[in-house]
Design a protein around this ligand. Sequence first.
Ligand SMILES: NC(=O)c1ccc[n+]([C@@H]2O[C@H](COP(=O)([O-])OP(=O)(O)OC[C@H]3O[C@@H](n4cnc5c(N)ncnc54)[C@H](OP(=O)(O)O)[C@@H]3O)[C@@H](O)[C@H]2O)c1
Length: 296
Amino acid sequence: MENGVEKKTYVITGATSGIGLATAGLLTRREAAIIGVGRSPERCRAAEEELHSLNGEASVRYLVADLSIQAEVRRLATEIRRQVSTLDALINNAGTFTFWLELTPEGFETQWAVNYLAPFLLTHELLPLLKAAPTARVVTVSSASHYNTRLHWKDIQLRRHYNCMLAYKQTKLATVLFTAELNRRLGPDSTVRAFAADPGLVNTEIGLKRNPAIARWIWDRRRKSGISPQESAKGIEFLAVEPSIQDSHEIYWKHSHPKAPSPDALDKEAASRLWRLSAQMCGIPAESYGQVTSDG
Ligand SMILES: NC(=O)c1ccc[n+]([C@@H]2O[C@H](COP(=O)([O-])OP(=O)(O)OC[C@H]3O[C@@H](n4cnc5c(N)ncnc54)[C@H](OP(=O)(O)O)[C@@H]3O)[C@@H](O)[C@H]2O)c1
């Protein structure tokens, strides 16, 4: 029986563990074509095997890219554009938490680069493919952490006074502002809709990776009250596939239900300012967002 998803193509970043892998699992079971993205070739291979074991017939392939590096994001997008001509959803799920201030080789604070700039840039690069589908979605995984925080414009990457939690919270606020501004720029008649997802508290290993013992200990205790990645993934899958919400004006969703984001996330002036700053950080003229000219 048809389920509306089979043969549709979904790009999922951070699809080697946690919520991203579980979302890929749900879509694989429904015969969707999955392009998973991960930073480690071994973990990509293992995830691909896991998904094939769920559905031997499924079209699953993984691409390796370190999303903290913009050159890698662009290379990844070029490869995706080579492989497919339309895209039904881009799920910007990859995320990281870094206790200490870590700069990427391109000089960005790592959480800012992975959790926020990578979705901004990858969406820009893949927008032509999304526009080529009859309808399409951009789902970016945010967090309840986006509440009760603001953007520190004078030091947006917190490079002068780094605070790991504040840095994480800012990236998640930025993803909601990005989602709202993307919808505004696409316009009400666009076939592409953007949604920000709050996955809830989820029992994953995000806080255990490459962090000092104290951070690992805190997350290891906290995550035990979380839901499973499989449970959380249902809400991400919903935003990627549910036809009835295509024209919804709700931008922030938790477990398949709309929820009010923080007032700061609805600040249009801040969203526009952030957009211009992000475009500058990614070397894109702000007005040509989504117009990819070279495919080298
Ligand atoms: N867990 C929660 O309670 C919670 C709550 C709110 C929001 N979130 C958000 O949910 C999303 C998924 O997180 P999760 O909890 O499922 O954690 P996770 O299991 O650690 O998954 C994160 C994914 O992102 C990938 N990733 C990290 N850095 C990357 C990079 N530089 N380049 C490419 N891929 C990279 C990871 O790859 P590896 O497998 O190689 O590590 C992994 O596949 C994140 O955006 C997170 O902020 C989580």
